[in-house]
Design a protein around this ligand. Structure first.
Ligand code: GLU
Length: 396
């Protein structure tokens, strides 16, 4: 085998794999309902698409631009992040990346030396551990469950801290659980990180997607002492239905931002100028579409929770943010369903796809066997029909 060990050792992204499989089956005429990848079903707002069309027509955008991003976009990101985080930020603190995922990868590469440990509360988004390993770091998973609403505690963090602990990945609203930490919990975690000189990598990609009484708290806003070691990753994909445009960013203290920009100068050069112009329009233009999409997600969230919790053996913690629901299927495992033995959620996910054409991501992908993730960023009718199919199979 001629592939490098780093590639042989890594897992392919299961969220992308489930979504690709569902899309392929659909294209082949199968009536598949995909709860896989977190991808809004809405169109990108019209004014954003028009901004991209204008940018594509401007010859200046057909040339290389600064590797760290277009000045106007860096400034807009710095302004908005300064407002939400309370940090003092300018364009030099911002690097525009090829999506939020790429921001995270660049952050790990810029920050970690071989053997550095990164605390990753579980259930975690699938790409954190793999990216940390690619950067020669060591992911340290900290399991959480429904008993704490999937929140990690300072006691857990402290118990896992060693001399090699370099950073903590903090994500709220959380993918995959939808947990939104309250300001007091965020303050406690931030204060702990500041006290021990631990970097916080705050994934804020779902910051605009919170529901009911929940509100988003940026970690440095609640724990200003942590600000000089906080790096924020975010992007336009989820808020503006722009998953395919691939524009994200890292916001970091200048030295780190400079390191990421240097990496980018060798690895990728600038992100597509047309996509950056679209992202700028999204951030600075009218926000009505964001409000409408959030209302739709909230409605779907309530439908998903109601319908899933009515299935015998399935328990659901109500998510307060992002667009995922993360039910436990423990109560339906360990028996035969439709003539097949189902002992874990990997087998359950396979069964759901084979028998009722419903794609979900098994909890194993997020370090949480016994659960499965369903994205509710799909249309209302598909959502209801998909959960009805699951209910029928599991109750049969
Ligand atoms: N972040 C989304 C998800 O978790 C998109 C897919 C991916 O990049 O993993 O489904």
């Amino acid at each position: 085998m001629s592939l490098a060990k780093r590639i042989l050792d890594m897992e392919e992204s299961p969220t992308l794999a489930v979504s690709a499989k569902a899309k392929a089956l659909r294209a082949a005429g199968e009536p598949v309902i995909g709860f896989g990848a977190g991808e809004p079903d809405f169109p990108t707002p019209t004014h954003v698409v028009e901004a991209a069309q204008r940018a594509a027509a401007d010859p200046v955008n057909r040339r290389y631009s600064p590797a760290a991003g277009l000045a106007g976009l860096r400034e807009a990101v710095a302004d908005q992040t300064a407002t939400s985080s309370g940090m003092e930020l300018g364009p030099d603190n911002v690097v525009i990346t090829n999506g939020g995922k790429h921001a995270l990868y660049a952050i790990f590469l810029a920050l970690l030396d071989p053997g550095d440990e990164v605390l990753v509360p579980a259930p975690y988004w699938v790409s954190y551990p793999e990216q940390i390993k690619l950067a020669d770091g060591v992911p340290v998973a900290l399991p959480t469950g429904t008993d704490t609403g999937f929140e990690v505690s300072v006691d857990q963090l402290e118990a896992a801290r060693t001399e090699r602990t370099k950073a903590l990945v903090f994500v709220s609203p959380s993918n995959p659980t939808g947990t939104v930490y309250g300001p007091d919990a965020v303050a406690r975690i931030g204060a702990w990180a500041a006290q021990h000189g631990i970097w916080v990598i705050a994934d804020e990609i779902y910051q605009h997607l919170v529901y009911g009484g929940a509100s988003f708290t940026s970690l440095p806003a609640a724990a200003p002492a942590a600000a000089d070691r906080t790096i924020i990753a975010s992007g336009v994909a989820k808020t503006y239905a722009m998953t395919g445009w691939r524009v994200g960013w890292a916001v970091a203290p200048r030295e780190v931002a400079g390191g990421i920009a240097k990496l980018q100068s060798q690895a990728t050069s600038n992100v597509c100028n047309v996509a950056q112009a679209a992202a700028l329009a999204a951030l600075t233009g009218p926000q009505d579409d964001v409000v409408a999409m959030r209302e739709a997600f909230d409605r779907r969230r309530r439908t998903a929770v109601d319908k899933l919790s009515a299935i015998p053996g399935v328990t659901v913690a109500e998510p307060q943010g992002a667009f995922y629901v993360f039910p436990s299927f423990e109560g339906v495992l360990g028996r035969e369903i439709a003539g097949r033995r189902v002992d874990d959620t990997l087998q359950l996910a396979e069964l759901l796809l084979d028998e009722v054409k419903v794609a979900v991501v098994p909890g194993e992908a997020f370090g949480a066997p016994g659960y499965a993730r369903l994205s509710y960023a799909l249309g209302d009718d598909d959502l209801a029909e998909g959960i009805d199919r699951i209910a029928k199979l599991l109750s049969g």
